[in-house]
Design a protein around this ligand. Structure first.
Ligand code: TXA
Ligand code: MG
Length: 333
């Protein structure tokens, strides 16, 4: 199944090759500081359509458009003072802003919405690709629709590898979870659509005002503000069960006697003996490390054939909110 022959190391020649593939309307997988993306030209409808069909993504789920800098963003959206302030503080980086679009962005990219999600990424490989092009790049996470997001080139190669001409290998993604999405359609009423590496606390401090959290409504499928954020998402094949931060699953002893069940802690447990079904996402519980390793470990355990994963939740603040959001969606039936 795995097709690794189209994984390219990011030499100048391979970056030129990927840029040429993109100019010809193909889609290519690129590393970003968050997760691997599936990039294509958003200004050509046929190329944007390819992104949806390769992922098996419904056309109602709009795409994020990535730009090399804030000046090029301004050509396609209506910039306001809040966008400028957050861009100066957090771009390039893992913050996506939902803003009013101009006509240059085709409807297929935004699922017909009058707004578009924009981001200036900081990953050097993604940036050098953007700098070679005279158009921005639309890029959702490069996973089949509904599955866990890829944080390694091999994750993309083994799922979408046969459907795309190239995967640029940038090694493991630095942050490991997708960008924070903030709604700035009305700058007087900002709202978080998706928790991510730029925390709600950091955004509140930067704006000096309260920011509504619209992610809970999305999680209950009540708010349709961010149409693609379905309750069931980021789902591995294995069933995921969650347990409270700082505890042990109630059935711990029973689980470790089952061949196909695994327990995932945030930090290395202090109790002995550790069974071969016990895993941890960091040595010391550092939340950034937990986020970086989360999707990789879940996909590895899925591939190893575990069919029940008992995963520890994080403390519900800072990046822990983003981790818990992904875990709740992965556990949703
Ligand atoms: O870190 C990331 O954001 C990664 C990397 C590749 O940049 N991309 C990513 O894209 O996570 P994706 O497509 O998997 O998730 C983007 C989400 C969509 O599911 C959708 O809910 C929301 O962004 N979105 C996009 N455009 C929107 C819009 N105009 N209004 C509201 N939500 C929007
Ligand atoms: Mg995604």
């Amino acid at each position: 199944m795995a097709n690794h022959c189209n994984v390219y190391i990011p030499t100048e020649a391979n970056l030129d090759l990927c840029a040429q593939l993109l100019r010809e309307g193909n889609v290519v997988s690129v590393p970003t500081e968050t997760v691997y993306g599936l990039a294509g030209n958003p200004l050509i409808e046929e190329s944007a359509r390819k992104i949806f069909t390769v992922k098996g993504r419904p056309f109602i789920d709009p795409l994020i458009v990535h730009f090399p800098n804030v000046e090029t963003v301004a050509k396609h959206i209506e910039i306001n003072a809040t966008v400028e302030l957050l861009a100066a503080k957090f771009w390039p980086g893992p913050l996506t802003m939902v803003v009013k679009k101009r006509d240059s962005i085709p409807d297929i990219v935004t699922a017909g919405l009058p707004s578009v999600a924009v981001r200036v990424p900081r990953h050097p490989i993604f940036r050098s690709l953007l700098e070679r092009l005279d158009f921005p790049l639309a890029a959702p996470s490069a996973n089949p629709f509904g599955y866990v997001s890829p944080t390694l080139a091999s994750h993309v190669a083994s799922t979408l590898g046969e459907r795309i001409p190239a995967v640029l290998d940038g090694g493991p993604c630095e942050l490991g979870i997708e960008s924070t999405i903030i709604d700035l359609r009305d700058p007087a009423n900002p709202a978080i659509f998706r928790h991510g590496p730029i925390t709600q606390e950091a955004l509140t401090q930067a704006l000096g005002m309260n920011i509504a959290d619209h992610t809970a409504g999305v999680l209950n499928n009540k708010a349709k503000a961010a149409p693609g954020l379905l309750t069931k998402h980021y789902s591995p094949r294995a069933q995921v069960y969650l347990f409270k931060c700082g505890t042990v699953p109630r059935r711990m002893r029973e689980i470790t006697h089952q061949q196909t069940q695994a327990v995932v802690f945030n930090e290395k447990p202090t109790f002995e003996p550790l069974s071969k079904h016990t895993f941890w996402l960091s040595e010391d519980g550092c939340a950034e490390t937990v986020a970086r390793n989360l999707f990789e470990l879940i996909q590895r355990l899925d591939q190893q054939g575990f069919d029940k994963l008992y995963v520890e939740l994080s403390a519900d603040h800072g990046i822990g909110k983003a981790i818990n959001d992904r875990l709740h969606r992965a556990a949703a039936k």
